[in-house]
Each structure stands twice: as structure tokens, then as C-alpha cells.
Design a protein around this ligand. Structure first.
Ligand code: A2P
Length: 273
């Protein structure tokens, strides 16, 4: 099982990314990111709106990891998309992160002005400031509309996906288009509800793994890049310790059957932020 997959432009993306949504700026984020890098994560996923880009940047610097070994994602916030300040927002993120390029830059939500923002992202990509560009929370129709004016196809779509809301139809569509899918809230949102699921716990027991590890592994076997988050050193290490077992086809199908089509986050067709 490969630890990465290759985007349409040849850039390699590690299958597990360390997520920092709702991780507080300052010590909480700095420590978590440093622990993640120590544990072997080579992919960090943040966003301008998370308010912790500076702490992520500090942790990367203090960890001493070579820039080329790390894959860093951040996201363009909705207000900047609507205001048409994409370029300024991008350079602010770069400054916050103390980096001179971003591996993956995403349109965070499909808000008004996204198709124009994409043009600016294409320019930044062509200048080499961004190694790969993509979208987040795009439904099929947002993508199809974007493609009417885009020169470059998004390389990634980061969407909600977990066993309760597996979003499989959209995942299949993205795969057909050659777009790599990333799963946010892979453990089911604030975590506890999906991780207490009896089926997941039972499957995990067979392999000596936790429910969280089962869900992370399920994503990897579906070829979906998975972005678990934790502020706890032990759980950070646990969530990347998923390469020493393989779920059977039957277990994969059982997890897919847990789908209830209920989102834990906002609906991309109906959000107000
Ligand atoms: P904590 O930071 O205390 O570890 P998601 O990524 O789906 O949004 O879920 C994240 C939530 O799941 C966080 O509240 C996190 O809490 C919790 N979490 C992360 N990894 C694990 C794990 N291995 N076991 C239990 N809870 C976890």
C-alpha cells in the first residue's frame, strides 16, 4: 500500500495529512504539529480561517524538517474570494507560514467569485508559488461550472467524508475526472460519535487497532487522502500507525454500509459564511 498518490500534474501527495481545524493557535498547534512531524507525518493541512497558520509555520521551522520533505496545504477564505483579494490572501498565508511556496492551495468553499479566484490561483501556480491547486467542498455542478472558464483542472477536491456520510458518489465522480479526493472530518466530526460505533470497534479488535485507525485505513484503501486531526500526542502517533494491517473486502463493505447520508458539517449547496 503506497503512502502517497500522484496528482494529475505529477506532484506526490502523502495519503495521510495532519489536520489542524479548531486546533488553537499558540502552544496547542505548535506542539501538535511538532509531534506530528516527529511521528512521521509529512503532510500538514491548515487554512487561513483556522487562525493557526503562524503556529503551523513556527512548528515547521522549529521541527527542523527539510522543506522538500513536507507537503503543506492551506486554503483561500470565502471573504477573500468574494472581495477578489486572492493574491493578497495567498501572500498573507505564505507570510504566516514563513514559507516561500505552498504545496497545495485550495478554494475553501464554493462561494461567489470562485471562478475569478481560480484564475488568480492558476497564475500563482504558473509562477511556481503553488505546486498544486485545487478546490474544497465542490459539488459536481460547482466543478462543471468552473471548467467552463478554467485553464487548469483542479488537482484535488477536499470534501466531507466519513463512514456516516461517505460521499461516495462525489468521490467516484472526482476519480473519473482525475481529481484526487481528500476527506475532512474523517473520524466523523467532533470525533466521539463515529469512534464509539460498535461495528468499527469490532472490526478494529480483529486487527488490534482502534476504530479511528480502522476509519483512516478504510480511506487509504479507497485511495482517498485522509486528514485526521488530534491535539493529543498519543492519538497523533496512533492515527499514522495504519500501514501494518489491511482491511478485507468484507470489512471495507461493512464500513461502507454504515453510511446514513448525514453530514456533520455545512452543506456546500447551502451555507452562509
Ligand atoms: P483529540 O484532539 O482529543 O485527540 P475529525 O478529524 O473527524 O474532525 O475528528 C477529530 C476529533 O477526534 C478530535 O476531537 C480528536 O480529539 C478526536 N480524535 C482524533 N484521533 C483520535 C483517536 N485516535 N481516538 C479517539 N479520538 C480521536
Amino acid at each position: 500500500m503506497s503512502t502517497y498518490q500522484t496528482l494529475s500534474n505529477g506532484v506526490k501527495i502523502p495519503m495521510i495529512g495532519f489536520g489542524v481545524f479548531q486546533t488553537k493557535s499558540g502552544d496547542e498547534t505548535v506542539n501538535a504539529v511538532k509531534w506530528a512531524i516527529e511521528a512521521g507525518y509529512t503532510h500538514i493541512d491548515t487554512a487561513f480561517i483556522y487562525g493557526n497558520e503562524e503556529s503551523v509555520g513556527q512548528a515547521i521551522k522549529e521541527s527542523g524538517i527539510a522543506r522538500g520533505k513536507l507537503f503543506v496545504t492551506t486554503k483561500l477564505w470565502n471573504a477573500c474570494i468574494r472581495e477578489g483579494t486572492t493574491k493578497e490572501a495567498f501572500y498573507k498565508s505564505l507570510e504566516n507560514l514563513q514559507l516561500d511556496y505552498i504545496d497545495l492551495y485550495l478554494i475553501h468553499w464554493p462561494t461567489q467569485g470562485r471562478n475569478e479566484a481560480w484564475k488568480v490561483m492558476e497564475e500563482l501556480y504558473e509562477e511556481g508559488k503553488i505546486k498544486a491547486i485545487g478546490v474544497s467542498n465542490f459539488q459536481k455542478h460547482h466543478y462543471e461550472e468552473l471548467m467552463q472558464t478554467a485553464k487548469i483542472k483542479p488537482m484535488v477536491n477536499q470534501i466531507e467524508s466519513n463512514p456516516r456520510f461517505n460521499n461516495d458518489e462525489l468521490i467516484e465522480f472526482c476519480k473519473e475526472q482525475g481529481i484526487v479526493v481528500e476527506a475532512w472530518s474523517p473520524l466523523g466530526g467532533n470525533g466521539t460519535s463515529m469512534l464509539g460505533n460498535e461495528t468499527l470497534i469490532k472490526i478494529g479488535e480483529k486487527y488490534g487497532k482502534s476504530a479511528a485507525q480502522v476509519v483512516i485505513r478504510w480511506n487509504i484503501q479507497k485511495n482517498v487522502v485522509v486528514l485526521p486531526k488530534s491535539a493529543n500526542k498519543g492519538r497523533i502517533a496512533q492515527n499514522i500507525d495504519v500501514y501494518d494491517f489491511e482491511l478485507t473486502k468484507e470489512d471495507m463493505d461493512t464500513i461502507t454500509e454504515l453510511n446514513q447520508n448525514t453530514r456533520s458539517g455545512a452543506d456546500p449547496d447551502n451555507f452562509n459564511f
